[in-house]
Design a protein. Structure first.
Length: 301
């Protein structure tokens, strides 16, 4: 099967418009506005966003995206994986029902701490790690049974954050990886190396670019993750310290045929009309950067 050109595999996510599940994150824009702007900036598809952003009913989710001219890509599902008293499968199964209805392909799993937000996390012992890894395999199998791909998303403030923790998942479970180029760098990993060394395990990609100076302060405990996002840690692709071109080059050379989801986590202080902050402009710049990288790689429609 011929892989579609990169330009046809660029998707978005509501978080680039400041839409987030974390309480008190910031001003929340309406779905109609966000979905319309996604199409205006040239995105072909989107992830669902947090619960409540799109209608709850699976068929209504699918209809809302279709009416906006967008395909469905997947959904970010943070669930507790390390606690034997918590079964993550019911929540994941519920999300998968919506994904199947919308003909999306990926359920993106994050190893939640069980607390709100991403500013603090506990340390896991070996037994908790064993539970986490076993649950990842259970989720991977359940997703495959429904024709979906489950991918673990290393994420700041979750139980799989750093490069070392990501390697532990790759070595100890069968689940695919959602390579988030920003979160992995902030967590002390090397997204360029992961793309080069483990392209066969990467089933989904979140493309982010970050300012390393602010990421270093988050790792050092000098700045919370949320405050760093508010301070502009995420920037349009090509304007930060992530080598996006090298990552795309490695994945395309290895035959990656999945989506490149543009995610630039944003905290809005108010309505863009009042603040002058235009998230769509940043996403438009990121789209242009990915298309430019693809052109340099010789990727053509």
């Amino acid at each position: 099967m011929t892989t579609a050109p990169v330009a046809q595999r660029i998707a978005g996510a509501p978080i680039s418009w400041g839409v987030c599940e974390v309480p008190g994150w910031g001003h929340q824009l309406t779905p109609d506005l966000v979905l319309a702007q996604m199409r205006e900036v040239g995105l072909a598809a989107t992830e669902f966003g947090p619960d409540g952003f799109l209608p709850d009913a699976p068929e209504a989710k699918a209809e809302t995206l279709a009416a906006a001219g967008l395909r469905a890509v997947g959904q970010f599902v943070p669930v507790v994986l390390h606690d034997t008293a918590v079964d993550p499968l019911p929540a994941v199964e519920e999300a998968m029902t919506g994904l199947v209805a919308a003909q999306a392909g990926v359920v993106v799993i994050a190893a939640a701490t069980g607390a709100d937000g991403y500013d603090e996390r506990p340390d896991l012992d070996d037994d908790q790690w064993a539970t986490l890894l076993a649950n990842l395999d259970r989720i991977s199998a359940a997703a495959a049974a429904r024709g979906l791909l489950a991918a673990l998303h290393p994420h700041v403030g979750t139980m799989v954050e750093s490069g070392t923790e990501t390697e532990r998942v790759l070595a100890g479970s069968r689940i695919a990886l959602c390579l988030d180029t920003g979160h992995l760098l902030i967590g002390g990993g090397d997204p360029v190396a992961v793309a080069a060394q483990h392209p066969d395990r990467i089933g989904h990609v979140h493309l982010k670019d970050v300012r390393l100076d602010l990421a270093d302060r988050v790792r050092a405990g000098e700045l919370s993750y949320t405050d760093a996002v508010g301070a502009g840690m995420y920037v349009p692709l090509g304007e930060g310290d992530v080598d996006v071109a090298a990552i795309i080059g490695s994945l395309e050379a290895a035959g990656y045929d999945g989506w490149y989801v543009l995610e630039q986590d944003t905290v809005l202080s108010g309505d863009p009309d009042a603040t002058g902050v235009d998230p769509a402009a940043d996403v438009r710049a990121s789209v242009a950067h990915v298309v430019g990288v693809a052109d340099r790689l010789g990727d053509r429609p």
